[in-house]
Design a protein. Structure first.
Length: 138
């Protein structure tokens, strides 16, 4: 479900998540404004600019062999969007788990991501991955 769709912003969001799934830091950075602010997750200290974004990238990729997002709904308003998503993860330990969250995007005049605030619990996902990987094989 998508409301008040904006094709340019829709493409920017798609590219953002494709870059994460493809583990393509260069393409992911290309979706971000130079002075981007990222809260990944929301309660974390902000990562600012592309240097800070590189640190946020580690949160999104280091613990995972695979992280695939499924956008469940996107809601647009002005130069922003809220995305309800579900993701499936494969940890570097081989464990598999999933989680859900909401990411709020604000865009600059060029359609680049200016601000990202993601509401999800990475600790719960990592715990689930560890527990799943620790289960004995049958």
């Amino acid at each position: 479900m998508t409301t008040l769709s904006d094709p340019a912003l829709e493409e920017s969001i798609d590219r953002y998540y494709r870059a994460i799934a493809g583990r393509d830091l260069t393409d992911w950075l290309a979706t971000l404004a130079d002075d981007v602010t990222i809260h990944e997750p929301a309660e974390s200290l902000p990562a600012e600019g592309h240097d800070g974004a590189r640190e946020a990238w580690k949160v999104l990729t280091a613990p995972f062999r695979e992280l695939l997002y499924e956008r469940r709904a996107t809601f647009f308003s002005g130069a922003g969007a809220a995305v309800l998503w579900r993701c499936s993860a494969v940890g570097v330990n081989g464990g598999r788990a999933g989680t859900e969250g909401i990411t709020i995007f604000e865009f600059d005049d060029h359609g680049l991501v200016q601000t990202v605030v993601s509401y999800w619990d990475p600790a719960a996902l990592l715990i689930a991955l560890a527990a799943e990987a620790a289960e004995p094989s049958h």
